[in-house]
Ligand binder design. Structure first.
Ligand code: NAD
Length: 325
């Protein structure tokens, strides 16, 4: 059997097209253009490339972007102040802080400081909790969101399928497992201390691998016909001063056993940024819906006071009364 290659570039282009249409619809409605604020600290060349890509793709779908490039010596307090300012800026739909952060900054503090409704990376504990509880309104981490779309390009319905996620990070493995569970897969998670990985992989109809260990998953680990999603990206030397990207799955072996498989590069990678754009649009839509609901509440409250001999504006004053300022 030769596996079907899942074309992440083509699916990412589809997602970007859908986002561009969604942005155009919001603009037609008179809602503000969605805007992504990207914050980058320090001089890491790879991070600068990622941020430039994100900004370029954001603008290509008709959204605005704002880039904040901060000195490596920026203090945690300065970064938190900037996030607070962006949290309160009504023009900003989504906030992304590019990782890794310098060691003097506490990543967990930063992740928690971003307002959950603008947390387009989906790392704030409120979004983590919403995903875990299967609640509406969660912003889902971009890579697992993209992986779900890749899986669904193969399977119409994944309920009841056995899924193994290899890797248990907060960025990929854990949210991935929660999304698969939400779709009623029977989910297991493997990690660095898992024993007998081969046997566990062999049981999986859907195998998602996110470890950063090149070639960890051999062809003989894979259940015939399984869908294999390789999230791993490692840069290795490929002779004469050149480098290439490889995944966590031994692709040339796996392709003879799997039913469908993502390549590296060209599989999960392109979907991640496309899903960042999708999350920014979702955040803007949710904000627009909240503003409309709040306006409707004010109108309803104003109407409900008419005939009671009180001016409609009293309701607004009551709200003001709750605000010490
Ligand atoms: P991480 O280092 O935070 O987590 C790695 C996980 O793999 C851990 O849970 C660890 O227990 C597990 N692991 C390590 N060695 C293992 C082994 N021998 N057997 C089983 N499990 C093992 O990494 P991460 O941030 O989750 O990223 C994982 C990989 O995915 C990396 O290669 C990263 O570059 C890539 N990645 C790609 C994208 C993308 O857009 N394509 C996005 C995020 C991460």
């Amino acid at each position: 059997m030769t596996a079907r290659i899942i074309d992440g570039k083509a699916l990412a282009a589809e997602v970007r097209k859908e986002v561009a249409e969604g942005v155009a619809a919001l603009v037609r409605d008179g809602t503000a253009v969605p805007e992504l604020a990207v914050v980058l600290i320090g001089d890491d060349p790879a991070s600068h490339i990622y941020v430039s890509n994100k900004v370029r793709q954001t603008e290509a779908v008709g959204m605005r972007s704002r880039r904040f490039v901060l000195d490596a010596a920026t203090t945690q307090r300065q970064l938190l102040d900037l996030i607070e300012q962006l949290n309160h800026d009504p023009a900003v739909s989504g906030i992304l802080v590019q990782f890794p952060l310098p060691p003097h900054i506490d990543t967990a503090r930063v992740v928690t400081a971003i307002r959950p409704d603008k947390d387009v990376d989906g790392f704030n504990p409120v979004n983590v909790g919403r995903i875990a509880a299967g609640m509406e309104g969660a912003l889902v981490p971009c890579t697992p969101l993209g992986v779900m779309r890749l899986i669904k390009s193969v399977h119409e319905d994944i309920a009841g399928l056995g899924a193994l996620v290899v890797g248990a990070s907060n960025v990929v493995g854990r949210p991935m497992a929660r999304l698969l569970l939400q779709e009623l897969c029977t989910v297991s998670i493997a990690h660095v201390r898992t024993t007998d990985l081969e046997r566990r992989c062999k049981d999986a109809d859907i195998l998602v691998v996110a470890t950063g260990v090149p070639g960890l998953i051999r062809g003989k680990f894979i259940k015939p016909g399984a869908t294999v999603i390789d999230v791993g990206i490692t840069r290795i030397k490929s002779g004469a001063g050149t480098e290439k990207l490889v995944g966590d799955v031994a692709f040339e072996e796996a392709i003879d056993v799997a039913g469908a498989i993502t390549p590296v590069p060209g599989g999960v990678g392109p979907m991640t940024i496309a899903c960042l754009l999708a999350n920014t649009l979702s955040a803007a839509r949710m904000e627009a819906a909240r503003s409309k609901a709040a306006e409707a509440d004010v109108t309803d409250a104003a109407e409900s006071t008419e005939g009671l001999g009180r001016p409609a504006s009293r309701n607004l004053q009551r709200n003001d009364f709750n605000n010490p300022h």
